[in-house]
Design a binder for this molecule. Structure first.
Ligand SMILES: Cc1cc2nc3c(=O)[nH]c(=O)nc-3n(C[C@H](O)[C@H](O)[C@H](O)COP(=O)(O)O)c2cc1C
Length: 224
């Protein structure tokens, strides 16, 4: 099959072995592979360990036509290492003679159930895209990312049906050279489960963890 181009997935989560960012990005990458793209994945937190890894990131960026950036929300922002990665790519792109035409799609997931917590992070990425001379293909925003917790989407059944539909629409649009459609954005931002169920499960998980660490009675402490 003739290649449609190269796609680089950059995963911005420090969570190992698997993160929700990786689950979302990998599903989209697989969709693009089926649509004739060559694909590659790099984990951003591993990149800042050495100069070799940093150079590998820049080389992988240079040979790509589409960059997919998938990361978790940390304190209403992209994680620090993702910002560092964006700064590195921006400097590198402006150091060259001419800017290669490349597209950027961003997927952000957060812990709170409402997807709109990701709006500022998506705006930051859009600004990065302008500064670095990348074509903005769009931003997908998911709330309640802990409900996926790094599991492969194909094994998760009906709970992720809107996520899968959104990523399929995004694959189609990218393969046709279009920005991602509004419908994909809207589907991704739909709650995975009702907010009250998510909060209930979150509270139970929190109490279970506290019990494991022997701090069950300290959950309401206010040390400061
Ligand atoms: C340091 C840190 C800061 C976080 N800040 C936020 C936040 O501001 N808002 C939010 O909704 N979730 C926040 N979260 C939760 C993560 O965004 C959430 O757990 C996400 O699903 C993790 O995705 P990942 O598996 O791709 O790492 C934070 C998590 C960490 C570790």
């Amino acid at each position: 099959m003739k290649s449609n181009g190269r796609v680089l997935l950059l995963v911005g989560s420090a969570r190992r072995p698997r993160s929700t960012s990786e689950s979302l990005g990998t599903y989209l990458l697989e969709g693009l592979r089926k649509r004739g793209f060559e694909t590659e994945t790099l984990i951003i937190p591993k990149i800042f360990g050495s100069d070799e890894a940093r150079n590998a990131l820049l080389a992988a960026t240079d040979r790509s036509d589409i960059l997919l950036l998938a990361f978790p929300l940390y304190v209403d922002s992209p994680p620090a290492l993702v910002i560092k990665g964006m700064e590195l790519i921006n400097r590198h792109r402006h150091a060259g003679q001419e800017l290669k035409s490349q597209r950027l799609l961003v997927i952000v997931n957060c812990g709170f159930p409402e997807a709109q917590h990701n709006n500022t992070a998506i705006a930051i990425c859009r600004r990065f895209s302008q500064e670095a001379g990348l074509d903005w293909a769009g931003g997908l925003s998911l709330g309640g990312g802990a409900a996926i917790s790094g599991r492969p989407l194909v094994k998760m059944g009906g709970m992720v049906r809107n996520v899968i539909r959104s990523l399929d629409l995004a694959s189609d649009a990218l393969a046709e050279g279009n920005p991602i459609p509004r419908e994909a954005v809207d589907l991704m931002s739909k709650p995975l489960i009702p907010s009250w169920v998510y909060m209930l499960l979150g509270a139970l998980g929190w109490k279970r963890q506290a019990k494991r660490f022997g701090t069950r009675k300290k959950l309401s402490d206010r040390p400061y």
